[in-house]
Design a protein around this ligand. Structure first.
Ligand code: CTP
Length: 411
């Protein structure tokens, strides 16, 4: 069983300068690429952009004060960068570069940089004369000699109205450099299509048949695939969840709409993961008015819906298909039967009563090599393990030519 892949983890340091507003854009771009971003701001940075903005964009509290430590062991000045793959300071002011070059540790960000165990990249941003000043030149040369990556700066019109070198690189350029340093992720270049959540099959204008699916497992898988670098499209039934950053959400209601949305996107995709709890039956008639009650027994006539997963997986030229099985009895036998019937290289089985609508899960993965139980845990952790298990299977499947087309039709 492969280890759970970690999202690429960045510590984004922001120092005081007008380019700090662009750090908000950078933060958003990093998060949208599936990265885990911890923001640390200096006091001066907070004169230019509010910590609340960065907190909302990164989804985590912003750290800034060396003396108000939230870590359990009181070692935030060291711990905050311990699990990071890279520290990026953008913008890096002239003053911050000087402090960094001098090995100072007089605020949280400089202390984290000094105590780091990961690479450091800085994106200088300052007035052109500050950049031209030999003192800054010496500091930058020292930082380069110390192994710090210097991103930019650019030249052009500056906030002060003067023109010259010293503008911070555009957030998109910094993102590119971060990605080329950290690698794009094992699913880079792959497009993953998922279904998630319940469907809602209307009975009349206000009522319908649905189920207890929360969408959490599907949304967690969308996030895990995004973290691994894939381009992700999420076709979702009605749920109360925000789509993971950087994924394309296609909201639908009924099984028929879900199938239509999947058909509209599947030709572009390398991987299809059917997580949705799709209704197996729908009313044969949808009453155009609200049904009125009476004392009579009401009988609803139901007809089967199409099996979205089986429709795709048994078709020539199908993408790599992953299915789910929710069972309330004989889990493993039914799951493996489902996998064979739907011709799936990988299926994740879970107990219907404890998994659907829950926060945690305990998946058992079935593939040609057998069964692989995952330790019970939060759905995002399960999703990361599933993606880690899927990647070598997908690569082997692609190499073997088991699929009938190498590159999906991009029309
Ligand atoms: N699925 C689907 N379309 C359907 C029904 C199911 O795409 N109309 C997919 C689900 O997203 C899941 C897999 O098929 O990946 C299995 O779903 P599950 O509800 O466990 O099984 P069913 O095939 O519906 O069979 P049963 O309800 O009899 O267990």
């Amino acid at each position: 069983m492969a280890d759970s892949p970690k999202p690429r983890r960045i510590l984004l340091g922001i120092t005081g300068g007008i380019a700090a507003y662009k750090a908000a854009v950078l933060c958003r771009l990093l998060v949208k690429r599936g990265m885990d971003v911890q923001v640390v701001m200096t006091a001066a940075a907070q004169r230019f952009v509010a910590a609340a903005t960065l907190q909302a964009l990164s989804g985590k509290p912003v750290e800034s004060d060396l003396w108000s430590d939230r870590t359990p062991n009181g070692m935030g000045h060291i711990d905050l960068s311990r699990d990071r793959d890279l520290i990026v300071v953008a913008p890096a002011s002239a003053d911050f570069l000087a402090r960094l070059a001098g090995g100072r540790a007089d605020d949280l960000l400089s202390t984290l940089c000094l105590a780091r165990a990961c690479p450091l990249a800085v994106a200088p941003a300052m007035n052109w004369q500050m950049w031209d000043n030999p003192a800054t030149g010496r500091n930058v040369a020292q930082l380069r000699a110390d192994g710090v990556q210097i991103l930019g700066p650019d030249s052009g019109v500056q906030a002060c109205g003067e023109t010259g070198e010293g503008r911070m690189l555009e957030p998109e350029d910094i993102l590119r450099q971060v990605e080329s340093r950290l690698g794009p992720g094992p699913l880079a270049g792959r497009r993953v299509l998922l279904t998630a959540g319940p469907t809602f099959e209307a009975i009349d204008v206000v009522r319908g048949i649905t189920n207890r699916s929360s969408g959490r497992m599907g949304y967690a898988l969308a996030q895990a695939a995004r973290e691994a670098g894939a381009e992700v499209t999420l076709v979702s039934g009605p749920v109360a969840l925000a789509p993971p950053p950087g994924t394309l959400l296609v909201p639908v209601e009924s099984a028929a709409q879900m199938l239509a949305a999947v058909e509209a996107h599947v030709a572009r995709c390398h991987v299809f993961i059917g997580v949705a709890a799709v209704a197996d039956y729908r009313p044969t008639q949808i009453c155009k008015q609200k049904l009125k009650k009476s004392t009579q027994t009401l009988t609803l006539e139901l007809e089967p819906t199409e099996d979205i997963l089986a429709t795709l997986s048994t078709r020539p030229g199908a993408p790599f298909c992953v299915g789910f099985a929710a069972e309330s009895q004989d889990l493993e036998r039914y799951a493996e039967e489902k996998r064979r019937r739907k011709q799936l290289p990988l299926l994740a089985a879970n107990a219907a009563e404890t998994a659907i609508g829950a926060q945690d899960n305990a998946l058992i993965l079935f593939d040609d090599a057998g069964r692989h139980p995952l330790p019970r845990g939060p759905k995002l952790e399960q999703a990361r393990l599933l993606i880690a298990h899927m990647i070598p299977l997908l690569e082997r499947w692609e190499r073997s030519g088991a699929h009938t087309h190498q590159e999906p039709n991009l029309q």
